[in-house]
Design a protein around this ligand. Structure first.
Ligand SMILES: *[C@@H]1O[C@H](CO)[C@@H](O)[C@H](O)[C@H]1NC(C)=O
Ligand SMILES: *[C@@H]1O[C@H](CO)[C@@H](O)[C@H](O)[C@H]1NC(C)=O
Ligand SMILES: *[C@@H]1O[C@H](CO)[C@@H](O)[C@H](O)[C@H]1NC(C)=O
Length: 218
């Protein structure tokens, strides 16, 4: 084993926590490549990862009452996860739930399919999952709050024939969505017509999801 690998292995097998006490944005670490462009390798970037990007996060919900006592319900959430170590490998996450009124209660993890690896180096995203907690108390306002949590595992191929490293990160962000809410009721309802509908469409937005725990295992 080379000296380089021995040094690297001291960094491994640990779980390092990044404090998330203050809501203020974490200082952006200096990611400037020190000498050559090769310093932005998968594992080097991974050791410096402080957040994942949840891109174009969109939420919409709809409750359609076909009679005063029967509703057809649906909540839909979607976004794209970008990991700085895989800038050209977006992971698509989508979820649907049918439990009005909040739809996403944070009690269920949804899997996001891993893209098939296009990298010949062998580095790849292994698993991505998320859950979302929609906050009920703001549902009737134009701003809807919630918490998105993402867990991701990825593998960085070893350099110069060295061991590969598997990373696992847990990330979370409190988000506030800006939404349009439409409610209508048919005062002259007769059977067969729509009695009432209540729908919400939130503007797509990008969110930095802060990594609060990351581990690396050779
Ligand atoms: C990764 O970082 C180490 C330590 O800073 C450096 O020696 C190495 O050249 C970097 N690897 C790549 C592929 O850039
Ligand atoms: C709600 O989201 C779903 C899934 O992303 C989408 O198919 C549907 O068109 C959206 N509805 C509205 C009203 O935006
Ligand atoms: C409901 O029916 C009443 C009586 O027929 C009528 O005056 C009223 O305009 C109707 N309202 C709507 C919204 O259609």
């Amino acid at each position: 084993m080379s000296t380089k690998l021995t040094t690297l292995s001291l960094l491994l097998l640990g779980t390092f926590s990044l404090t998330t006490a203050a809501p203020a944005p974490a200082p952006i670490p200096d990611l400037t490549p020190s000498s050559s462009s090769s310093s932005s390798s998968c594992s080097n970037t991974s050791f410096q990862t402080t957040s994942l990007l949840a891109q174009s996060l969109s939420l919409n919900t709809s409750v359609l009452f076909t009679t005063p006592s029967h509703a057809v319900e649906g909540g839909y959430l979607s976004f794209t996860v970008l990991n700085p170590a895989f800038p050209s490998t977006p992971v698509e996450c989508t979820a649907a739930d049918t439990r009005k009124w909040e739809f996403f209660y944070g009690d269920q993890w949804f899997n996001c399919p891993s893209p098939t690896s296009s990298s010949e180096s062998g580095s790849r995203i292994v698993e991505t999952k998320f859950r979302y907690t929609n906050r009920g108390e703001t549902r009737y306002l134009a701003y809807v709050g919630g918490t998105v949590e993402i867990e991701q595992r990825w593998r960085c191929a070893g350099e110069d024939g060295g061991d590969s490293i598997t990373f696992k990160a847990s990330a979370a962000a409190d988000i506030t969505l800006s939404c349009d809410i439409h409610k209508s009721q048919n005062p002259n309802w007769t059977n067969g017509a729509t009695y009432a509908s209540n729908s919400m469409v939130c503007a797509k937005q990008d969110w930095e999801v802060e990594v609060n725990e990351i581990s690396a295992v050779a």
